[in-house]
Write a protein that binds this ligand. Structure first.
Ligand code: HAM
Length: 433
């Protein structure tokens, strides 16, 4: 097939079957957001490229779909957070904080494709602005867990790994980064690759004299050893005394216990996230079988508004993509059977009955039913087989005899029972459903 007739690699067409599943998932996203008091927002899929280009060596910047149009450099959004920050900035004088906003953007990244990684994906974003306390992190992590429950992923199949960049930064500020604090963001970008490339390759990148972090070998080793910590107590005792980052984590784990989700979260010093703007608590949800990439990722980004020229404004949020959770559900046979919903099919035997059939369909639609009106002269056998295929509950049959009697024949496709109903006068009562 010629290339132009294929969807670009890494993108998806959504036929009705896939669209019904997407609608099912999005309904759950929206319902959880509603239950947590979040309001929906959206923004253009195309932004000025500059909004996304940061200089910390992040993968996401290299993966931009960007183009020039009438001397403007534009890009498809690879994520929602910069657009969200732009929206907050534009109204910063009039917005009443804290804000709880959610969105369902399609995001574009020119990725090297592996399982669960595509070049476009939809991402459920939940963000809280204006709240500096980790009460906001706890609320968000609880919402992510509720989503996992709603789509019936067995508890225990997914764990949320939590860390605090501040704890790492405060630890390194006393040692490895004492003379070079500005290297912390690029250091996080390198560390984030650990799951993909392993600790030895991370060490190599951290200590590469030509790289952005360029640590001496013993300092690189110190960082990699730190990343191996999985016990918060160990991290607190090996980190600086009275680290605010450590205290935040302890409080967060206490709060998560109050939500009843302490068993679903773990401390993990290797989680730092690959986006440069995170400043505090960071978290990622993974399948415990370790087969897939992160299902969800987020954290605190208190400085993002300032980097765009605004006032310091605390913010925290996460993004949960449709692709990875879809794979997880498919692997476990948990995707629901979303069949087409069609209440009725109306069939005029010929053109003579069409006017009355239009009247029946219109009346049923006014009652809120999903109605398919047969648009051409078809055979009854074919119509009944189509109705069955499309999952219609009832067929309204209108032949010359029914029309002569001022009736319509209603057949229930599940029970096979039939009855007649009077045709409505042109502006009279509609038939019963
Ligand atoms: P992220 O970790 O880059 O974070 O993406 C969040 C989630 O989106 C990932 O965990 C993954 O499920 C999904 N995702 C990302 N890239 C792809 C891809 N190429 N194919 C399929 N799924 C993908 C962010 O984007 C942050 N802006 C999230 C955030 C919101 N932080 C604060 N607020």
């Amino acid at each position: 097939m010629s290339q132009k007739l294929q969807a670009p690699r890494g993108t998806r067409d959504f036929y009705p079957d896939e669209m019904r599943l997407r609608r099912w998932l999005f309904d759950h996203f929206e319902e959880v957001a509603r239950r947590y008091g979040f309001e929906q927002i959206d923004a253009p899929i195309v932004e000025h490229e500059e909004l996304f280009t940061r200089k910390a060596g992040e993968e996401i910047v290299e993966q931009l779909y960007h183009f020039e149009l009438h001397d403007r450099r534009l890009a498809l959004r690879p994520e929602m957070t910069p657009s969200l920050a732009r929206m907050v900035l534009a109204r910063s004088g009039s917005l009443r904080m804290p804000l709880r906003w959610f969105s369902l953007p399609q995001c574009w990244r020119y990725e090297r494709m592996t399982r669960g990684r595509k070049r476009e994906h939809y991402q459920w974003n939940m963000d809280i602005w204006g709240e500096p306390d980790v009460t906001a992190e706890a609320e968000l992590i609880a919402a992510a867990c509720d989503l996992l429950d709603r789509v019936a992923i067995p508890r225990g199949d997914v764990k949320i790994r939590i860390n605090n960049r501040k704890l790492l930064e405060q630890t390194l500020a006393q040692s490895v980064l004492r003379e070079r604090p500005e290297r912390f963001a690029p250091l996080c970008v390198v560390i984030d690759k650990i799951d993909k490339i392993g600790p030895d390759a991370v060490l190599e990148l951290l200590t590469d004299p030509g790289g952005e972090v360029a640590l001496p070998p013993e300092d690189g080793r110190f960082v990699v050893d730190w990343l191996g910590l999985r016990d918060l107590g160990d991290a607190l005792s090996s980190g600086p005394a009275h680290s605010s980052g450590g205290a935040e984590l302890s409080r967060l784990f206490e709060l998560l216990d109050a939500y009843g989700i302490a068993d679903r979260v773990v401390f993990d010093a290797s989680v730092v996230r690959g986006l440069a703007y995170y400043t505090g608590v960071v978290f990622e949800a993974f399948d415990t079988a370790g087969e897939l990439r992160a299902i969800c990722g987020g954290g605190r980004y208190d400085n993002l508004l300032e980097t765009l020229g605004g006032r310091h404004t605390p913010a925290v949020g996460f993004g949960l993509g449709d692709v990875v959770i879809g794979e997880l559900l498919a692997d476990r046979n948990l995707l629901p059977d979303c069949t087409r919903e069609l209440d009725a099919l109306v069939f005029p035997f010929g053109e003579t009955e069409r006017r009355a059939a239009v009247g029946v369909a219109t009346a049923l639609r006014k009652q809120g039913l999903a109605v398919d009106l047969v648009l051409n002269e078809a055979r009854l056998k074919r119509v009944l087989s189509d109705a069955d295929h499309n999952g219609a509950r009832r067929v309204y049959l209108l032949g010359p005899d029914e029309l002569a009697r001022g009736e319509v024949l209603v057949r229930d496709l599940q029970s096979g029972e039939q009855h007649t109903e009077p045709l409505a006068e042109p502006d009279g009562e509609p038939p019963h459903n």
